[in-house]
Design a protein around this ligand. Structure first.
Ligand code: FMN
Length: 178
């Protein structure tokens, strides 16, 4: 049994769902998981006392939340010394366009370079659009981006692009390192 820290930053709440899903899957494998919601400013006491770390954060306008950078500044040495994974969450992760995929990889690699962190896994995860969480301009822009990629926004107001089966595979690969 390993102790796994999952720290995440989430603006509209989808990365939070992903973090909880990963936590459940690790707990199913008898690992002990602690979740820290960085966006909510949750306490970080003891955050260095883990065997492995997963850091997850969504991309907005090409950037990750500042809370992720701050967390890595405070806990980088511990994160770097254990098995670790980075889960960037974005709409672009659902794209098959090689130029978009390259641009997304570049955003992730730039973040990791600036944080001085080389995780064992970088798993880009396709996110979701929650219409009610967005203002009119954001909603219009995101719907138009989805349509450009042949994804019709769901009438319910929630469009989830996450490949949960692939996420479960990632958990299996990460757990194999523990
Ligand atoms: C204002 C805004 C800007 C966004 N910018 C990007 C972006 O630059 N690239 C991208 O791939 N996805 C972008 N997205 C999509 C989000 O990454 C996606 O909705 C993700 O699921 C949000 O995760 P969260 O709910 O955890 O914050 C953007 C979403 C919003 C609302």
């Amino acid at each position: 049994m390993a102790r796994v820290l999952i720290a995440f930053a989430s603006r509209e709440g989808h990365t939070e769902l992903i973090a909880h899903h990963v936590a459940r899957k690790l707990e199913d494998r008898r690992h002990m998981v602690r979740l820290i919601n960085l966006t909510a400013g949750e306490g970080e006491a003891g955050a260095d006392e883990y065997d492995a770390a997963i850091i997850a954060g969504s991309i907005h306008r090409g950037n990750f939340a500042g809370e992720l950078t701050s967390f890595l500044m405070r806990h980088g040495p511990a994160v770097r010394s254990h098995a670790s994974a980075f889960l960037p969450v974005s709409l672009t992760a659902a794209s098959h366009d090689p130029h978009e995929v390259a641009a997304l990889n570049e955003i992730g690699q730039r973040f990791l370079f600036e944080a001085g962190w080389q995780p064992d896994f970088v798993e880009h995860v396709a996110g979701a659009v929650y219409d009610r969480q967005l203002n009119l301009i954001e909603r219009t822009v995101l719907h138009s981006i989805m349509r450009q990629h042949d994804e019709e926004p769901d009438q319910s107001g929630t469009t989830v692009l996450t490949d949960w089966a692939r996420l479960d595979e990632f958990v299996g690969e990460f757990a194999a390192k523990l």
